[in-house]
Design a protein around this ligand. Sequence first.
Ligand SMILES: Nc1ncnc2c1ncn2[C@@H]1O[C@H](COP(=O)(O)OP(=O)(O)O)[C@@H](O)[C@H]1O
Ligand SMILES: [Mg+2]
Length: 248
Amino acid sequence: MDTVKNSPIIRVLKLSKSFGENHVLKDFSMDVQHGENLVILGKSGSGKSVLIKCIIGLIDADKGDIQVLGNSINGLDQDNMDILRSKIGFLFQSNALYDSMTVRENLEFPLRINWTKEQRAEGAEAAVREALEDVGLLHTINMMPAELSGGMKKRVALARSLILKPKVILYDEPTTGLDPITSREISHLMVRVQQKYDTTAVIISHDLNCIQITSNRVVMLIDGTCYADDTFEALSKSTDPKINLFFE
Ligand SMILES: Nc1ncnc2c1ncn2[C@@H]1O[C@H](COP(=O)(O)OP(=O)(O)O)[C@@H](O)[C@H]1O
Ligand SMILES: [Mg+2]
């Protein structure tokens, strides 16, 4: 059992992905360990979203392998992919809330797909309330997304990704478009989530405040590969101009 416990939660092995002549990922490799908050830092268009979409199987890579929670996603059929996805929370940059549904209905949505009718009758309301309490927004349960601020929408989207108690959370630019104070609040919330749920997270961000607060480690995605891999502290002191550029 120890070998399973100590093996990486996510393992990306020599992943390549091109769109025509646009070679986005070139033999990109990384490991994410249990309990880590790993940040992927790279400039706009460098392939960060493509990478996490490959991890969750929304985009097929051309070459290489991805292992999540011990499963190689290459070999998974649809049913097993769905089971694996239910263990992964994915926070889209756009939040992807359903505008025509209340906050409660948005949070119930993953339960409709993953829980039986009996499980929902018994536990849905408590699960929705707990997830909303975790993000400090229980009072919004009957509101519509349009009534919420940008930061509140982000929290509701996070609550929805927590409702199935995921082992892994993938965050795509969780603070982009938010003011600095709200960004900081969201970043601290991400750390609390990691502690409460014992999750492992991959966080795409170029918000230095967010990275400093959330990251245990930072991978720099430059020219399609893992250019550097170190703590925020160490990278921010780097004298390499390619790295330096991100910390000015
Ligand atoms: N579905 C797609 N079809 C064609 N090109 C794509 C697609 N998705 C992403 N790309 C291209 O891949 C590159 C990386 O995109 P992306 O991962 O979204 O960048 P970012 O690092 O900003 O998240 C960009 O050049 C983008 O235009
Ligand atoms: Mg992106």
